[in-house]
Design a protein around this ligand. Structure first.
Ligand SMILES: Cc1ncc(C[n+]2csc(CCOP(=O)(O)OP(=O)(O)O)c2C)c(N)n1
Length: 622
């Protein structure tokens, strides 16, 4: 085993080039062994094993900086940079993160998790280096999917006019999570096709030049013929025109080729350069190569078959997607929009049934919101489905392009609340604090699959302003669930789930089951609890809430989101002052970034699991 001897990158650099392919194989096997148990971003990481080895082989990391875009492909990087054994704990509570973390290792230049930041980070790192007269290389690795994000274009716009030494590796596997979309993706495909064309051209030129008498004349004729197509086929001309020197395309699985080109580009100490490499997502593991989208981010699976465990669950994403697909067959004004997450947000069925009204806009959350806002002006009903964490990108668009004009877009906020193993960069803890502070927005939060379905049906008919529905990761028992029917939903009305005179818990979404557990624990100590399912976070049912408060001794609020600026605080400030003292505390996540771990572990860590809440309540109620 070579990998056993690689304790850090210095050991790697001692290996002869001839052994690196074997090392790549061992790294892949190790990634598969661990991720099949822990779950994680498998396909992307398998695709860049050779690239990772070549980068650390050629560059003097950590002095030279590698900046991984998104960072989900960093597994080989972690294994080779002193975290080989720690890798077994990846994504587990207390273990290493699934994304680059600067506090974890000096090899992780920046913390990442969201897409399209690498070029801005690299630009800042390179300019910072120059201004402080340091000498090291800065290398950004960005995927073709991440290149669809607006930030990447903004950065290239600056980078292209600078003389700063900067290397961009464009890792082109023709996939975002699903097949990549958009004009840039088409352009990259043309480069690949064009490069084959160029190879043919070079070969034919050599052949013609070899013909003794007519060679030269024929050569000139054919050269002119090919030249007339030049603009179409010169690889990377767009980047060159933007001021970035282009190299490639190069086979990203050929380690010695990669090392060769990296060595050459490393010598050029001037200006921005882009190396376009071609890789296969999921490389080396057939099920992932065949279905890279499924293995993009996956839970534990059986390595032999690629099959994931777990019982049948109907996810909230599926409920949202199927409900929408069903509604759209009857209402031809319904539009579905995703920002590169059609699998995660459950929009497959919609795409199949109503392809002309389905839009994957790429990793472009800001554009998705403004695009949707404009669609409403044509009397259409756009539903934008975005994970809570990625919606953070589009705050100004929500305010400026939707809220101010009161445009009736429908927001499906998926993965709201803590999301477990992906950690800080991915928890959806801020959406309530953001959305509820934007005038004109209505914010709903279902606690069951049926409530989600009913709210979506309500939103489809609501034309008076923007509606946002936030729902958690996870799902419900599919038995008996129906998409072909729904109950009317009235916003701004609380629902009392249990009656009790000692305590009221105002809650919503996936904290309702926690409230039920608290109730059971308190009941053993003779305390009766009213559980109130708020359903609507904004506008609040003030009268209903005050009526409940008048009839209980005390109350708490409980939410899966940050307390500061959250639903509980909003409730507290909205009720009459004399009732406020009845609220003992607002429970939720504190003013800190929440690490990775299972949601149960995270709730316990922050004192919002049932046992901790019951204990806190018991001591306060004494
Ligand atoms: C702002 C933002 N939106 C969505 C995502 C979810 N996401 C993670 S990786 C990914 C695809 C990235 O594609 P690419 O850069 O080509 O990398 P690959 O996985 O193909 O290696 C997406 C959409 C994200 N991380 N950040």
């Amino acid at each position: 085993m070579i990998l056993e001897k690689i304790n850090d990158v210095r050991d790697l650099r001692k290996l002869p080039i001839g052994e690196l392919e074997k090392l790549a194989h061992e790294v892949r096997e190790y990634i598969l062994e661990v991720i099949s148990k822990n779950g994680g971003h498998l396909a992307s990481s398998l695709g860049v094993v050779e690239l990772t080895i070549a980068l650390h082989y050629v560059f003097n990391t950590p002095r030279d900086m590698i900046i991984w875009d998104v960072g989900h492909q960093c597994y080989a990087h972690k294994i080779l940079t002193g975290r080989r054994e720690a890798f077994r704990s990846i994504r587990q509570y207390g273990g290493i993160s699934g994304f680059p973390k600067s506090h974890e290792s000096e090899f992780d230049a920046f913390d990442t998790g969201h897409s399209s930041t690498s070029l801005s980070l690299a630009c800042g790192a390179a300019v910072g280096r120059d201004l402080t007269r340091k000498k090291h290389k800065v290398i950004a690795v960005i995927g073709d999917g991440s290149l669809t994000g607006g930030m990447a274009f903004e950065a290239i716009n600056q980078i292209g006019q600078m003389e700063t030494d900067l290397i961009i590796i464009l890792n082109d596997n023709e996939h975002s999570i699903n097949e990549n979309v958009g004009a840039m993706s088409k352009y990259l495909t043309r480069i690949i096709t064009g490069s084959m064309y160029n190879r043919i051209r070079r070969k034919s030129m050599d052949l013609i030049k070899g013909i003794p008498r007519f060679g030269s004349a024929l050569f000139n004729f054919i050269y002119r013929f090919f030249e007339s197509f030049k603009k179409m086929i010169i690889p990377g001309q767009l980047f060159e025109d933007m001021g970035v020197r282009y190299f490639g395309p190069v086979d990203g699985h050929d380690i010695s080729l990669l090392i060769g080109i990296l060595e050459r580009v490393k010598q050029i100490n001037y200006g921005p350069k882009i190396i376009h490499i071609l890789t296969k997502k999921g490389k080396g593991y057939l099920p992932a190569e065949m279905n890279p989208a499924r293995f993009h981010g996956i839970g534990p699976f059986d390595r032999a078959t690629g099959i994931t465990g777990g019982g049948a669950v109907l996810s909230y994403s599926e409920i949202a997607g199927k409900t929408l697909a069903h509604l759209a067959t009857r209402d031809k004004t319904i539009i579905a929009i995703t920002a590169a997450m059609k699998l995660g947000t459950g929009l497959y069925e919609f795409e199949n049934k109503s392809p002309e009204r389905f839009f994957d806009v790429g990793i472009a959350e800001q554009h998705a919101i403004t695009f949707a806002g404009a669609l409403t002006k044509s009397g259409l009903k756009p539903f934008v489905s975005i994970y809570s964490t990625f919606l953070q990108r589009a705050v100004d668009q929500l305010i400026h392009d939707v809220g101010i004009m009161n445009l009736p877009i429908r927001l499906l906020i998926d993965r709201a609340g803590a999301v477990g193993q992906d950690g800080e960069t991915h928890h959806g803890l801020f959406d309530i604090a953001i959305i509820k502070n934007i005038p004109n927005f209505m914010l709903l939060a279902p606690s069951t699959g049926e409530e989600l379905r009913d709210m979506i049906c309500f939103a489809a008919g609501h034309e008076h302003g923007p509606v946002a529905i936030r729902y958690p990761r996870g799902g419900v028992n599919p038995a008996g669930f129906r998409f072909d029917t729904h109950r009317p939903f009235t916003p701004g009305k609380i629902k009392r789930l249990t009656a009790g005179r000692n305590l009221a818990i105002f809650t919503f979404g996936d904290m309702v089951p926690i409230a039920r557990q608290v109730r059971t624990l308190l009941l053993k100590r003779g305390i009766s609890t009213s559980i109130i399912n708020m359903l609507t976070i904004k506008p609040l049912d003030i009268r209903g809430i005050e009526r409940v408060l008048k009839n209980v001794k005390c109350a708490i609020t409980l939410e899966n989101g940050v307390v500061a600026g959250g639903a509980g605080e909003y409730l507290l400030l909205s009720i009459r002052p004399e009732l406020r003292r009845k609220i003992l505390f607002c429970a939720g996540f504190p003013d800190r970034f929440v690490p990775h771990g299972s949601n149960e572990q995270l709730l316990r860590k922050f004192g919002i699991d049932a046992e901790s809440l019951a204990q806190r309540l018991l001591s306060l109620m004494k």
